[in-house]
Design a protein around this ligand. Structure first.
Ligand code: BGC
Length: 248
C-alpha cells in the first residue's frame, strides 16, 4: 500500500510516496525550504505544494516537531509560537483536500525504526532519541508507542537537556566530538536511570556520524544508530496515516 509521507522540519519540508509494507520510497524525495516565518498558513501552503508535486489525492501523514494531540499542536520549543493551539491536521486537510494525520517528528521516526529498522522485534521498553536542532524522543513498550514523551526537555544538571546536548549545540558552539559526547552520555545516564530501557536508538542527522560519538559513551544499555536515517520521518508519517485511515 502506498501513502504520502511528509516530514516537517525547521529548515526543510520533505515528502515522498512510501510503500508502507517495505518502507521503500516510490519516487525521489522532494524537499522545499521551510518558509520563514514558518506560520501555520505558510507551512500549509508548502504542504499543498508538495502534495501537488506528487499529484497526490489520497490520505497522507505529516510529522511536526512539537507536541501533537489529535492533530493539534501543543508546544513550540523550536517552531513559530503561532502554532500553539493550531489544528495542523485540519489546516493541512483544508489546504490539500486529502485526509491528513499529524504526529510528533520523533514519534514518527520511532514508528518506522520499530517496524523496519533498529528496533524491529525488540520487546520491553525501547527509546529512540533524535539529536538535531532539538532532542526528540519516542518511547515504546512492547512495540506500542507512548506518544509525546518530550524527553529532550528533561532537566539535567539544571539545564533543559536539548540546550546542552542537541546536535545543533555541538555545531553552534564548535564543540569537539569528545566534549559533546560527554554531554550526550550524561543525558543518556539520566534517561537510563528513569526508564531502564532494553535498547536506546540514536536518530537524527547526527546518526550518520555514529562512529564519532557512540564509542565515547559509557552506558550499560545498548545504544545503536537508527537505520532508516533521514527517511524515518517520511516513512513513519506514511505508516501513521495507514493506522489512522485504514484502507477500504
Ligand atoms: C520538541 C519536540 C521535538 C524535538 C525534535 C523538541 O524541541 O519539543 O516535540 O520532537 O524537538 O524535533
Amino acid at each position: 500500500m502506498e501513502r504520502l509521507g511528509i516530514d516537517i522540519g525547521g529548515s526543510g519540508i520533505k515528502a515522498a510516496p512510501v510503500d508502507v509494507a517495505t518502507g521503500a520510497l516510490l519516487a525521489e524525495r522532494h524537499r522545499i525550504e521551510t518558509p520563514q516565518p514558518a506560520t501555520p498558513d505558510a507551512v500549509a501552503a508548502t504542504v499543498a505544494e508538495l502534495v501537488a508535486h506528487f499529484g497526490w489525492t489520497g490520505p497522507l501523514g505529516a510529522t511536526f516537531p512539537a507536541i501533537v494531540r489529535a492533530g493539534v499542536i501543543r508546544s513550540a520549543a523550536n517552531v513559530d509560537p503561532s502554532w500553539i493551539g493550531a489544528d495542523a491536521a485540519r489546516r493541512f486537510a483544508d489546504a490539500t483536500g486529502c485526509p491528513v494525520t499529524v504526529l510528533n517528528d520523533a514519534d514518527a521516526a520511532g514508528v518506522a525504526e520499530m517496524t523496519l529498522g533498529a528496533g524491529r522485534g525488540v520487546a520491553g521498553v525501547v527509546l529512540l532519541l533524535t539529536f538535531g536542532t532539538g532532542i526528540g524522543s519516542a518511547l515504546f513498550v512492547d512495540g506500542h508507542l507512548v506518544p509525546n514523551t518530550e524527553l529532550g526537555h528533561l532537566e539535567v544538571d539544571g539545564h533543559d537537556a536539548e540546550h546542552r546536548a542537541a546536535a545543533s549545540v555541538r555545531e553552534d558552539h564548535d564543540l569537539s566530538w569528545k566534549h559533546w559526547a560527554k554531554r550526550v552520555d550524561r543525558y543518556l545516564e539520566v534517561v537510563e536511570a528513569l526508564f531502564s530501557p532494553e535498547l536506546l536508538i540514536v536518530g537524527g542527522g547526527v546518526s550518520k556520524k555514529a562512529d564519532k560519538f557512540l564509542p565515547l559513551l559509557h552506558r550499560e544499555t545498548p545504544v545503536v544508530p537508527a537505520q532508516l536515517r533521514n527517511q524515518a520521518g517520511i516513512v513513519g508519517a506514511a505508516m501513521a496515516s495507514v493506522a489512522a485511515h485504514p484502507p477500504g
